[in-house]
Design a protein around this ligand. Structure first.
Ligand code: G6P
Length: 547
């Protein structure tokens, strides 16, 4: 395949960027009162509504068609179809990429190696449902006969971030009597802090690990097991207080967990795409089967849209193209995710793994060095908190930071009256970024406030805002399982499209291996890869640790 950045489509986009570089969004809006109409897309199903407003971007009506040409040249639609039929598009691991099968509520057969995966998916879902119902209704008892009141998920990366983010995001739908904790860090402080908040006899530990070999998870699991058996001394304690989610049945059995208490998934589920699988067990325990099914249904609705909608009206495709437009043609290195919903506070962390572990790559699918910038540095924080911390840089700093604002429309909960303020801030920020504030406006404002000319002159440069800073706004009808499913799947497919266009394999993660390997060397004292800095630090660590 020829590099996309040498194609005529790419060159046309470079030229187009130069042509519109000087245009200000203010003027583009003034020139086209219908700009919002032209530049927003919406997925409405019976149950859900998700709107993507991309009008506040540095684009004209020529931009998207040019980007769509590039998407077609890259074969986005062909690769998308290959994913949905279960082809092994994860070429470095020779695996299919089928998180879409986990939420395939139509049950249409999807085959891997000639075998339909749907019966196995449905069997595990049924087993999960049965188990979750017993825990939730109090009929699953701990070893001393008490119902479960605490769930501790032990996992890291994809076996932590998805369930933790979704459980927190769907706080309002949670089981009223069960508390959830997510243990991930190898730092004993994490385990300590969580064990302080639970009662052994009423605690269920879920060991979540695709491989069941991850150092952090296995260490925490062993320590948790020791703690539990020291607290609950009756026979069979582990069987009543530990379940496992994994693809590695052998590892689970060796750990001492009954295969009956293991929930399986498969190698065609990437860790960072696994919350829809048995890895979602904490979500299911928290919100119950109906909620979990809604989460799957919302994602499935987005899958169908992604699979079926023409590229020009396809939300994940549009979001991907706009991201690529900034990364490759404006050299914007980062992307800020700004959810205006406190319950979505972990979404940026979740998307960091989803996006950066997927597209943070420098090697093409064919094994050559990529020639363009690839996955963005993703970061963010819930609004309005971020406004009082880092938005300064987004408004007046020297970096171009494209932003995704995310807002549920429905005001809910005990203090729903706050929601108007929240929404007003969200809209105002996107507007401020886009419009900025001209010198004339600042001057008029200051003189209206009675400021003298000397002061006005002095402060003018500091109080002007350049504006022309781009953002998308994603509006959800409400924050519920269905809409969250839509939202997560939107980003998953966005990442997919960008990975195809950058010609990287979004579904491996070799980049995390070296650190793991060296940690092993350091621990064993083999010193195989030692250097002066590391030697020095380790010696001081030993000395200071003993002082
Ligand atoms: O689920 P596990 O096999 O324990 O893996 C947990 C995580 O660790 C790995 O190092 C990868 O970077 C992640 O993609 C993965 O989600």
């Amino acid at each position: 395949m020829t590099d996309l950045n040498r194609s005529s489509d790419w060159i046309a986009l470079e030229q187009h960027q130069r042509d519109i570089e000087k245009l200000h969004l203010r003027d583009l809006f003034a020139a086209d009162p219908q700009r919002f109409e032209h530049f927003h897309a919406r997925l409405s199903t019976g149950q859900g509504d998700l709107v993507l407003d991309f009008s506040k971007n540095r684009i004209t009506k020529e931009t998207l068609p040019l980007l769509l040409n590039l998407a077609k040249t890259a074969g986005v639609d062909v690769w998308r179809d290959r994913m949905f039929v279960g082809e092994k598009i994860n070429n470095t691991e020779n695996r299919a990429v089928l998180h879409v099968a986990l939420r395939n509520r139509s049950n249409r057969p999807i085959k891997v190696d000639g075998q339909d995966v749907m019966p196995a998916v449905n069997t595990v879902l049924a087993k999960m449902r049965d188990f979750a119902e017993r825990v939730r209704n109090g009929s699953w008892l701990g070893a001393t006969g008490k119902p479960i009141r605490y769930v501790v998920n032990i996992g890291i990366g994809g076996s932590d971030l998805g369930p933790a983010m979704v459980t927190q995001s769907l706080r309002r739908f949670r089981h009223p009597e069960i508390k959830f904790h997510f243990l991930s860090n190898i730092d004993g402080a994490h385990l300590d802090a969580i064990l302080d908040q639970v009662v052994a006899e009423e605690t269920l530990f879920i060991i979540s690990s695709k491989t069941f070999t991850t150092q952090e998870t296995m260490t925490n699991a062993r320590s948790a097991r020791n703690w539990l058996t020291s607290q609950v001394t009756v026979a069979d304690a582990v069987a009543k207080h530990f379940v496992a989610v994994s693809t590695n049945a052998k590892g689970v059995t060796e750990f001492g967990i009954d295969p009956a208490n293991m929930f399986e998934f498969w190698d065609w589920v990437g860790g960072r795409y696994s919350l829809w699988s048995a890895i979602g067990m904490p979500i299911l325990l928290s919100i119950g089967w109906e909620g979990f099914e809604q989460l799957l249904a919302g994602a499935h609705a987005m899958d169908r849209h992604f699979a079926e909608a023409p590229l020009e009206g396809n939300l994940p495709v549009i979001l991907a193209l706009i991201g690529l437009w900034y990364a490759n043609f404006w050299k914007a290195a980062s992307l800020a995710i700004l959810p205006y919903a406190q319950d979505l506070a972990r979404l940026p962390a979740y998307l960091q793994q989803a996006d950066m572990e997927s597209n943070g790559k420098g090697t093409t699918r064919q094994g050559r060095a990529v020639q363009t910038l690839t996955g963005p540095i993703l970061w963010g924080e819930a609004g309005t908190n971020g406004q009082h911390a880092f938005y300064q840089l987004i408004h007046q700093g020297t970096h171009l930071i494209p932003c995704d604002f995310i807002l549920p429309a429905k005001a809910e909960g005990k203090f729903a009256d706050h929601h108007r303020l929240l929404a007003a801030n969200c809209f105002a920020q996107t507007q401020a970024l886009m419009l900025g504030k001209t010198g004339d406006e600042v001057r008029a404002e200051m003189s209206a406030a009675g400021m003298d000319e000397g002061k006005i002159k002095q402060l003018l440069p500091f109080r002007t805002f350049p504006g022309n800073r781009p953002s998308n706004t994603i509006l959800l009808r409400r924050l519920d399982p269905y809409h969250l499913g839509m939202l997560i799947a939107l980003y998953e497919h966005k990442i997919f499209v960008q990975g195809i266009m950058w010609n990287v394999n979004s579904f491996d993660q070799w980049g995390v291996e070296l650190g793991k390997q060296l940690a092993g060397d350091v621990l064993s004292g083999s010193g195989a890869h030692r250097d002066g800095s590391t030697e020095g630090l380790m010696a001081l660590y030993d000395a200071l640790g003993k002082s």
